[in-house]
Design a protein around this ligand. Structure first.
Ligand code: ASP
Length: 622
């Protein structure tokens, strides 16, 4: 590591300039001739021998400074020693740039400041990676290095823009809910565990040895109790914590726009949230989104798109071909059908001439390895109208059957037909994953940050999800979600067929929110717990407070939570959630700048009545 620049720091001066008169984004042609004071960071320095140009940067922009010995020898000499990210104050005169040096890309690009006096307020060591506004493109530095020096990365205009955008989303949200009679209420961060399907982060209690608080996976139970308390309309911009093994783009702590209301219908909640989304898009993008947003039942989403968060910006819809292969003599598919499974097809235009190598790779690497399906059957329809090629030999899959399938699919010359077979619902999900893979490969997916904006409500989710591994049901949303009243009789006899009064809001293939009408009767809530394998005693221990509250006039209620980080990411066109969170965590749930999590002192552990038993496989810390 480099040592501090002791000598250079001795050259630091007192700021004799007083407050800045303008920011680095302010100056325009109308300021020409004025004396100004600017302060900021040295973004770039160009020494043309006889004149030095510096771009001075702050949150508001860049301003070009000119140092010339004619204006001030001492300022010029000091400017020779400036380096990237030095913090300086300058006093000088605004002048018009010559026509050929005007920079139309810069808000201040018509002017520059001729510096009369320069004060160096602080120096900077050589940077671990370049952060100049001129090098906005992602730098070669690894993300770990950028996260370690997060304050430097955050100086980049791109990240500053993201944080400002996020700030504006908070403001619109608060204004919107306030205008609609919602009350912002803070709920505890140290609470009892709420099941949202993830592991809890736990906080040991010093005063109650052996007991633990959980950090909220969401304020779900509290917001429901606020409805019992008669608050009527609640919202909160709130941190939630889930100790999950982090999949591609998740954060262990994340922010929700959390909402709950009394006596709601689904339609009221949809209208409220569409209004909020419309207000946000109006503010950030300046566009008026059409309303109402389309709706699609979960079943339909699964069958047409192979996903409960379908990206409807492009076609490539799935088609079911079960009946075509019934009695076709193609044993592989027939046995899948006999076991209640199905055959799903994707017709991809323009790919009918793909070669063998590509198809083999698609089958092995994508379909089998990534997607986990048992294998791919495909038909190629050459674009010159030549004979159809089937990946299955003629004596195994008869040409008439292939032709029948192609007729049903209305496949044309130039199309590639991909078929997957397997049990439901897995085969839909696998075909959905294949659809996304092909769409990415074919560049059918527009970049994030840009329209079109396809919002979609997905409704009528099943209440429960069967887990093969543990041989039990799990709540698809969470255990407080109301079953559909028409299905209530089947709750115990045919739980898998019960629909939930749950809904998700989807944007361009991303789930950006989810909620439900809740159970408000303690008898129904107890039945739900039993279905989930939580007996009455366990229910009392974990959720007694909620069940008790339901005994005292709990009103019907429901709500939703929106994922603020993801919404901001999509609005900003950012590549990752980490780019819209000031101090994000890595895939391994570490915050690299402050090195969190970290060990604590033996005294702290003792106070908390904790003894650490490291797993045997844990490697010693470096
Ligand atoms: N608490 C739920 C969640 O975090 C949202 C809701 O049901 O309101 O997903």
């Amino acid at each position: 590591m480099s040592t501090p620049h002791v000598q250079e720091n001795s050259a630091l001066e007192h700021d004799t300039h007083g407050p800045r008169t303008h920011t680095c984004g302010d100056l325009r042609a109308e300021h020409v001739g004025q004396e100004v004071v600017l302060k900021g960071w040295v973004d770039t320095r160009r020494d043309l021998g006889g004149v030095i140009f510096i771009d001075l940067r702050d949150r508001y922009g860049l301003t070009q400074l000119v140092f010339s010995p004619q204006d001030s020898i001492s300022a010029y000499q000091k400017a020779e020693r400036l380096r990237s990210e030095y913090v300086i104050s300058v006093r000088g005169i605004v002048q018009k740039r010559t026509p050929e040096t005007v920079n139309p890309k810069l808000a201040t690009g018509e002017v520059e400041v001729r510096v009369r006096d320069l004060v160096v307020l602080n120096t900077s060591e050589p940077l671990p990676f370049p952060i100049s506004a001129h090098e906005e493109k992602r730098t070669a530095a690894s993300e770990d290095v950028r996260l370690k020096y997060r304050y430097l990365d955050l100086r980049r205009p791109e990240l500053q823009r993201n944080l400002l955008l996020r700030h504006r989303v908070y403001q619109v949200t608060r204004r919107y809910f306030d205008a609609h009679g919602f009350v912002e209420v803070e709920t505890p961060v140290l609470m009892k565990s709420t099941p949202e399907g993830a592991r809890d982060f736990l906080v040991p209690s010093r005063l109650h040895p052996g007991k633990f608080y959980a950090l909220p996976q969401s304020p779900q139970t509290y917001k429901q109790i606020l409805m019992v308390a008669g608050l009527d309309r609640y919202f909160q911009i709130v941190k939630c914590f889930r100790d999950e093994d982090l999949r591609a783009d998740r954060q262990p702590e994340f922010t929700q726009i959390d909402v709950e209301m009394t006596f709601p219908t689904e339609a009221q909640i949809f209208e409220l949230i569409e209004g909020l989304i419309q207000a946000i898009w109006q503010e950030i993008k300046g566009i008026t989104l059409p309303r109402p947003f389309p709706r699609m039942r979960y079943d339909e989403a699964l069958r047409r798109f192979g996903s409960d968060k379908p990206d409807t910006r492009f076609g490539l819809e799935l088609q079911e071909l079960g009946s075509v292969f019934q009695g076709s003599g193609f044993r592989v598919f027939e046995s899948v059908l006999e076991q209640g499974g199905t055959v799903v097809a994707l017709v991809v235009p323009g790919m009918g001439d793909q070669g063998r190598a590509y198809m083999d790779r698609l089958d092995k690497e994508v379909v089998r390895k990534q997607i986990g399906a048992s294998g791919l059957v495909y038909f190629k329809l050459p674009s010159d109208g030549g004979p159809v090629y089937s990946s299955v030999k003629e004596h195994v899959l008869r040409p008439e059957v292939v032709q029948h399938a192609l007729t049903v699919l209305q496949a044309q010359a130039g199309d590639l037909v991909l078929l997957l077979a397997g049990p439901k619902p897995q085969v839909y999900l696998q075909a959905g994953a294949l659809r996304l893979h092909i769409a990415r490969e074919q560049n059918l997916i527009p970049p994030t940050g840009e329209g079109p904006w396809h919002f979609l409500w997905v409704t009528d989710f099943p209440l429960l999800e069967w887990d093969e591994e543990t041989q039990r049901y799990y709540a698809m949303h969470h255990p407080f979600t109301s079953p559909h009243p028409d299905d209530l009789d089947r709750l115990e006899v045919d739980p898998g067929s019960v629909r939930a009064r749950a809904y998700d809001l989807v944007l361009n293939g991303n789930e950006i929110g989810g909620g439900s009408i809740r159970i408000h009767r303690q008898d129904v809530q107890r039945r739900m717990f039993r279905l989930l394998g939580i007996d009455d005693a366990e229910a009392e221990r974990r959720f007694g407070f909620l069940l008790t509250a339901f005994r005292y006039g709990a009103p019907p209620h429901g709500g939703i939570a929106l994922g603020l980080d993801r919404i901001v990411m999509l609005l900003a066109g950012a590549g990752s959630l980490r780019d819209v969170i000031a101090f994000p965590k890595t895939q391994r749930a570490q915050e690299l700048m402050s090195n969190t999590p970290d060990e604590v002192s033996p005294e702290q552990l003792e106070e908390l009545h904790i003894r650490v038993v490291l797993p045997e496989t844990a490697s010693p810390r470096p």
